[in-house]
Design a protein around this ligand. Structure first.
Ligand SMILES: [Zn+2]
Length: 93
């Protein structure tokens, strides 16, 4: 899976990675190149949830909020609510 979308003028690329889970992560947002990696070895729902967390990191970074971006006591519940809304709204295929 590879998808792209714009956040402002920045193109964000989303890819699955076969190695990420073995490295101890389900998702990763890399600000330097605007990429989101999602572990390809986890369930579809875990991938969707990981995408929501990495999207949250991406948006907070793009908003210039590094402190909030590094605060998982904010990021985790926010991304969980985002996932709930997108999942229940049928935004994931
Ligand atoms: Zn995180």
């Amino acid at each position: 899976m590879m998808k792209t979308f714009l956040v402002g003028a920045e193109t964000i690329t989303v890819r699955t990675s076969p190695d990420l889970e073995a490295a101890g992560a389900q998702g990763l947002y890399a600000d330097a190149d605007g990429s989101i990696l999602i572990a390809g070895t986890i369930s579809k729902e875990a991938q969707e949830s990981a995408f929501c967390e990495e999207l949250t990191h991406c948006l907070l970074s793009r908003c210039g909020r590094p402190g909030l971006n590094e605060d998982h006591t904010f990021v985790r519940p926010f991304s969980a609510f985002l996932y709930q809304v997108l999942k229940q709204g049928g935004f994931f295929k």
